[in-house]
Ligand binder design. Structure first.
Ligand code: ADP
Length: 602
């Protein structure tokens, strides 16, 4: 499928016709200085064409036909637009209609520098090519899975809600793309990997990806937070900003310019924002240039250490972006002292490594390194094309089947050995009532669950016995018991906390096994075909409940011939959403970033 990918900045525009599967560019154009007297447009085969464009629409009116002409007879299947901020609402790529256009406009206050230009491109391209499907792919979307603890700033909660003040994260398309590439290279499913991806370009951010989901990232409400960047300060004591503002008589706009445009590598080094120049100067003895590199690398190493603790382990660190893909010096400095996380750099491999489109993944860790260190070429245009193709391709499918919703109360799965410790030697679980999933039943047996703070008695055991012990609780139970349980797929207890179980015969203290179950849909392979999804996909589900407009994001698909179609949510979510027995849902989006990417990269 050929997709036109558009990325509009305030005075520039990049457009490319991209093959969604291979990522190959069929044609490309880049326009600079839109709105000025002599705008410039460069095509691959005509690098210095002339153009007069007062605005994005005029630029696109010239560039789009030229690109489509260069694509020859091949038909475009759709247009993918990069949009920086998707706010609370957009955690997946979405087909653009009037409503979506309006919503992107409403998000302008959150991204005043970026969203207006993205929107200008969307409006102009839809007017010029109205017959084609247009899709918005958001930089923030991949971080829609950030848990509340990572999403919130510790400020007045009502003010934060009123003004949309929370951490959104950016560079999501790139983090998802390089994570998918790393997983393919490591020949492991993303759902088995704990990754730290470092996107180091002019803007820079780092992301902790736990089994395929972004759980922490260094950029926050705006792209200013986190790492040292080309011209942005990254983390800074807000008190310091206030002090500079007062002392220098700067107003808010003045501070904005100082921290976004005149800080970072440029501010520290006094030698511009290009790391190549700074590295050269440092090598000639320039103290400020050296300090800039020291601060840049120290900040990143600090984040990697923190994120390894957030993830509770580390399978790979990925470097990407102009700096990550090219600077052996930065990678070498950042990787020092990461041996405690099992990451050992192969210095020879690091020195040589330059990730490119031709050689997109290079391993720079030693053969015995427990955690891999990879240099991976990012390709946001390819990622946007893949996401767009996924939505455009699914358009004709009639997805009609409704999904029954079941509310799961807290429960326990046990191994036979644990059953015998708790209920006595030779004890067999007593089936009480069949559950909707074939072969599963509630048992007569109940247990007391003892947490660090309180205990809950009468917790139902479900049968049959399983290979691992697992206690599934709600988020409210988590705080009642005083245990810190991760949101996980059932059966995945890696790194979860343990707990004490007390039965009539004896007690056990599990080393791990307490989870809050992630929202999921059980389905048989025929249902998966019907919905056009596969095991491990992540989707959105709209709920029909008395005419209320409610969508659950981040719903995991689980496919097995043993399953019947049913979505499971826990009691807290059901209460919050005021769900009632017999409520049903409908699949509304099937495009979680990493999933389709992984398929095309295979
Ligand atoms: P953007 O965020 O604008 O897309 P890029 O990902 O292209 O930025 O990264 C730009 C940065 O990469 C610049 O700071 C540039 O100096 C740096 N860079 C590119 N090549 C090298 C290199 N060989 N050595 C060090 N830094 C490099």
């Amino acid at each position: 499928m050929l997709i036109l990918v558009l990325n509009c900045g305030s005075s520039s525009l990049r457009a490319a016709v991209v093959d969604h599967a291979s990522g190959k560019r069929v044609a490309r154009a880049r326009v600079e200085r839109i709105g000025e007297a002599g705008s410039e447009v460069a095509y691959d085969d005509d690098p210095a064409a002339k153009l007069v464009a007062k605005n994005h629409e005029e630029a696109l009116a010239e560039v789009l036909p030229a690109l489509i002409g260069r694509a020859g007879d091949a038909q475009l299947a759709g247009i993918g637009h990069r949009v920086v901020h998707g706010g609370e609402r957009f955690t997946q790529p979405v087909r653009i209609d009037e409503d979506v256009e309006r919503a992107i406009a409403e998000l302008v206050p959150l991204a005043p520098l970026h969203n207006p230009a993205n929107l200008a491109g969307i409006v102009a391209a839809r007017r010029l090519l109205p017959a084609l499907p247009h899709v918005a792919v958001f930089d923030t979307a991949f971080h829609g899975t950030l848990p509340p603890r990572a999403r919130h700033y510790a400020v007045d909660a009502e003010l934060a809600k009123k003004h949309g003040v929370r951490r959104y994260g950016f560079h999501g398309t790139s983090h998802a793309f390089v994570a998918a590439r790393a997983a393919v290279h490591l020949d492991a499913p993303l759902s088995n990997l704990r990754l730290i991806t470092c996107h180091l370009g002019n803007g820079a951010s780092v992301c902790a990806i736990e089994y395929g989901r972004s759980v922490e990232t260094s950029m926050g409400m705006t792209p200013l937070e986190g790492l040292v960047m080309g011209t942005r300060s990254g983390d800074l004591d807000v008190g310091a900003a206030l002090h500079i503002g007062r002392a220098e008589g700067l107003d808010y706009d003045g501070l904005d310019t100082l921290l976004n445009k005149k800080s970072g590598l440029a501010g520290l080094s006094g030698a511009g924002n290009d790391l190549r120049d700074i590295e050269d100067r440092a090598a000639k003895g320039d103290e400020r240039a050296r300090l800039a590199i020291h601060v840049f690398c120290h900040r990143l190493r600090k984040y990697i250490g923190a994120y390894a603790a957030v993830l509770g382990g580390l399978d790979a660190i990925v470097f990407t972006g102009g700096i990550g893909q090219n600077s052996a010096l930065v990678r070498h400095r950042v990787a020092r002292n990461l041996q405690i996380f099992g990451a050992h750099l192969d210095e020879d491999a690091n020195r040589e490594a330059r990730a490119t489109a031709e050689k997109p993944v290079i391993r720079i860790s030693t053969d015995t390194s427990r955690a891999h260190v990879l240099v991976v070429a990012t390709d946001e245009e390819h990622a946007i094309a893949a996401d767009t193709a996924k939505l455009v391709g699914g358009q004709d499918k009639v997805v009609s089947k409704r999904i029954p919703i079941a509310i799961s109360a807290r429960h326990i799965h046990l191994r036979q050995e644990t059953v015998e410790t708790l209920f006595g030697p030779g004890h067999k679980l007593t089936p009480l009532k069949d559950l909707s999933q074939p072969g599963q039943y509630a048992c007569a047996e109940m247990l007391e669950v003892v947490g660090p703070k309180r205990s809950i008695s009468g917790v139902r055991v479900l049968g049959p016995v399983r290979p691992v012990d697992q206690v599934e609780i709600s988020r409210t139970d988590e705080f009642f018991l005083g245990v810190d349980a991760p949101v996980r797929d059932s059966g995945d207890v890696r790194g979860s906390p343990g707990i004490k179980l007390v039965g009539p015969h004896g007690s056990v203290t599990l080393e791990q096994g307490v989870i809050c179950a992630r929202r999921h849909i059980h389905m048989a392979p025929e249902d998966a075909d019907h919905f056009g999804v596969s095991d491990g996909d992540v989707v959105e589900v709209a709920i029909d409940s008395e005419g209320r407009d409610l969508v659950f994001g981040d719903v995991l698909i689980r496919v097995s011939p043993k399953f019947c179609l049913e979505m499971h949510v826990d009691t807290d979510e059901a209460n919050a959403a005021e769900l009632k027995p017999k409520d049903e849902g409908a699949l509304v989006a099937t495009g979680a970033l990493a999933t389709p990417l992984r398929r095309v990269l295979r």
